[in-house]
Design a protein around this ligand. Structure first.
Ligand code: SF4
Ligand code: SF4
Length: 58
């Protein structure tokens, strides 16, 4: 699983990085990047994001 972010929606608050229990997310100059080898599809980040910028893809 991998989480992708919509750069037009993301306000770079960094909150999703903090809620991920696996440390899979990183905030970079290109937006949120997800390490697919760490993501366990818990959806904590998707549910947390205040602007709905994240989604999970297979
Ligand atoms: S929680 Fe949402 S708005 Fe905040 S950095 Fe993550 S994707 Fe961007
Ligand atoms: S779905 Fe869960 S494990 Fe995957 S990036 Fe989001 S918070 Fe982290």
């Amino acid at each position: 699983m991998v989480v992708t972010s919509d750069k037009d929606k993301c306000v770079r608050c960094g909150g999703c990085v903090g809620v991920c229990p696996k440390g899979a997310l990183t905030l970079t100059e290109h937006g949120i990047v997800c390490d697919a080898s760490k993501c366990v599809n818990c959806k904590a980040c998707v549910n947390f994001c205040p602007v709905g910028a994240l989604k999970i893809e297979d």
